[in-house]
Design a protein around this ligand. Structure first.
Ligand code: TRP
Length: 413
């Protein structure tokens, strides 16, 4: 459940709808689902296996399993990816906290569609406010990590993830009753592949890594905490199914509403922040619903930031041979994270570079490295499913990642 908490986050509710909206809706969904099955599932298993077998975090795992330093570059890349990723992720988490605050103070009540859109622009250009709202989740995450990733997070995820799911189902039902919602459903489920280009396929792959928390060793760390009798394949499947369900539900909420309210699905990153408040306006008990939903969204974001920052904390702790204990590692990593977050608050281009560089370059590379590591270094299994898995991480996953990557930069057609 903690891993599911890591996977379910802004990737599902904020990023998936807007990227799908920009890339043709249903066609993107199809490619995304293929990526999840072909790459996502085996890669979640790969990271869990590395963690469970080594009992170490991304820093020590490869060395522990292989006995050499030859794979150490992969550890460093995980660390680099995690730091850049968290820089912009905290900013989006800050947007969520801002909207939670506004839901609590009820300032958006009665707002029109147009003013919701300008409101978003105003919010993110108010720098002092954004600094406050982005650094607050940093503090919250650091506090949780100070006490350690333990049963607490799992308990939290166990109650709150299903609650989030139930709320999203209710919202989807309400949205489906809006006029013209069918156009949105068609947009999301009736594929028109002519809109698909190589960049869209790359984005679908990046989105799959983003959403399933793969490519930077976060799940290695969680795998290391797994009890020995827990099944890697079963856990992986549960995480993948839950995560994908939440993303699809988010699409089923956002797109019908987009068309019912006469908006453009290719609106960009502000899409859900404009649409969600407008949906709550249409619902009975709108105040309670808005507050509850944004609370859950913030919690979903925090269970994700915890897993991302834990990568760096465990890394520093292991890399210094424990000389920097958990508390000192948390302080050091937080101090390093703050300037990165500020850079993303102040510059949209830094934000974009961090986002694109991690999803489309660093996470695919990290995943490629880990697939090859497991495929060519761990002993093959003697049952069929295990053999399929090893074949997939030896050949299918690396080749697919390379082909999609080279295709998107135009090296192969
Ligand atoms: N999966 C999370 C989301 O969808 C983000 C996330 C958390 C993540 N931990 C990660 C992404 C580790 C990559 C690696 O929002």
């Amino acid at each position: 459940m903690a891993a599911a908490g890591s996977a379910v986050g802004l990737g599902n509710i904020w990023k998936f709808p807007y990227i799908a909206g920009e890339n043709g809706g249903a066609a993107f969904l199809v490619v995304y689902l293929i990526c999840v099955l072909l790459l996502g599932l085996p890669l979640v298993m790969t990271e869990f296996l590395i963690g469970k077998h080594s009992g170490k975090s991304a820093y020590g795992a490869f060395k522990e399993l292989k006995g050499t330093n030859r794979w150490q570059w992969l550890s460093w890349m995980c660390m680099l990816t995690a730091m850049l990723f968290i820089g912009f992720y905290f900013v989006v988490t800050g947007w969520c906290f801002n909207y939670l605050f506004e839901a609590l103070t009820n300032v958006l009540h009665g707002a029109e569609m147009d003013s919701l859109s300008t409101h978003f622009t105003q919010v993110i250009s108010n720098k002092p406010r954004m600094i406050l709202f982005s650094l607050f989740p940093v503090l919250l995450t650091a506090t949780v990590l100070w006490f350690g990733v333990n049963k607490g997070i799992e308990k939290l995820s166990k109650v709150l993830m299903p609650l989030l799911l139930v709320m999203m189902v209710l919202m989807a039902v309400r949205v489906l009753m809006l006029k013209d919602s069918a156009i949105g459903m068609q947009f999301f489920f009736q594929a028109d592949f002519s809109k698909l280009n190589p960049q869209a396929v790359m984005k679908a792959m990046g989105q799959c890594f983003f959403s399933l928390s793969i490519g930077m060793g976060a799940l290695i760390t969680y795998g290391a905490y797994m009890p020995k009798n827990q099944s890697v394949s079963k856990t992986s499947m549960q995480v993948v199914i839950l995560d994908t369900l939440v993303a699809i539900l988010a699409g089923m909420i956002i797109f019908p509403a987009v068309f019912a309210f006469g908006m453009d699905p290719a609106e960009g990153p502000e899409l859900v922040f404009v649409i969600l408040p407008a949906i709550f306006e249409q619902m009975s008990f709108s105040y309670i619903f808005g507050v509850l939903f944004f609370s859950l969204l913030c919690i979903a974001a925090i269970t994700s930031t915890i897993s991302i920052m834990e990568v760096s904390v465990a890394f520093v702790n292991e890399a210094t041979g424990g000389r920097l204990n958990r508390h000192k590692s948390v302080l050091l990593v937080s101090a390093a994270v703050i300037p990165l977050v500020l850079a993303c608050v102040f510059s949209n281009s830094v934000f974009d570079v961090f986002d694109t560089l991690t999803s489309c370059v660093l996470m695919p590379l990290g995943a490629l490295g880990m697939a090859l590591f497991v495929g060519w270094n761990l002993p093959n299994y003697n049952h069929f499913a295990g053999k399929v898995f090893i074949f997939s991480v030896r050949w299918i996953v690396p080749i697919a990642i390379l082909v999609i990557f080279l295709n998107s930069v135009g090296i192969i057609q």
